[in-house]
Write a protein that binds this ligand. Structure first.
Ligand code: SF4
Length: 219
């Protein structure tokens, strides 16, 4: 298959359990919960997205005709000065990465010595072979992928389906609440941070995930 990729870049994971870890972010184009066009936002299932996942025109983006070609492009981002033993890590994100991520691509990443993580909205079952599955449920979208390593819930979301208590019995190793960032409204964002922190204090299963990359100016 041909893979449509918005961008590929090396950064530090800013969120969740792997915060601070060097990783190649490989952002697939396209999502099944929003077109990515502002004119469609109000009618979309997921309405708070702050990611540009349209097209293949970002740094390192493009259409890749084979899994090997895409894995080569990802591997080229990993620092060749690394002698520290840090395991190469690729995070497949989007958009919704499980629209495109398949077994041959996971194999191709593994052949380059990469651990493979995915950040998904959970509406599509994950293929076998992934090393890290992070599910971030969105609004009323039906949750299909109900197990994994990390459940990272943007908080608060107004739909009853996304109350944290709905997820606590699922089979995840880690549960994170991530305050909803409201672009251009720091007061609203701060109130979300406070309410997420209060929830974690009252329900210690949950840990607070802040978007540290935004604090330090990384992409
Ligand atoms: S599911 Fe993720 S990528 Fe898709 S619109 Fe929502 S936040 Fe954006």
């Amino acid at each position: 298959m041909t893979y449509a990729v918005k961008e590929i870049y090396l950064t530090l994971q800013g969120e969740g359990n792997h915060t601070g870890r060097a990783a190649v972010f490989m952002r697939f184009a396209g999502c099944n919960l929003w077109s990515g066009l502002e004119r469609d936002r109000e009618e979309a299932v997921c309405r708070f997205c702050d990611t540009d996942f349209i097209g293949v025109n970002g740094p390192g983006g493009g259409k890749f005709k084979t899994a090997e070609a895409l894995a080569d492009a990802v591997a080229a981002q990993w620092p060749d000065t690394d002698r520290s033993g840090g395991k190469p890590y690729v995070i497949c994100t989007g958009g919704e990465p499980l629209l495109q991520l398949d077994a041959p691509l996971i194999e191709a990443f593994h052949a380059h010595g990469f651990e493979v993580g995915v950040e998904t909205n959970g509406t599509i079952a994950a293929p076998a072979g992934l090393d890290w599955i992070c599910v971030s449920p969105k609004a009323t979208a039906p949750l299909v992928q109900t197990s994994g390593n990390e459940l990272k819930l943007v908080f608060p979301q107004k739909e009853a389906e996304t109350h944290p208590s709905r997820f606590e019995q699922l089979s995840f190793e880690h549960f994170y609440l991530q305050p909803l960032d409201v672009i251009g409204d720091p007061a609203q964002t701060a109130s979300h941070v406070a309410s997420a922190a209060a929830y974690c204090l009252a329900h210690p299963l949950w840990r607070l995930s802040t978007q540290t990359h935004k604090l330090i100016g990384l992409p």
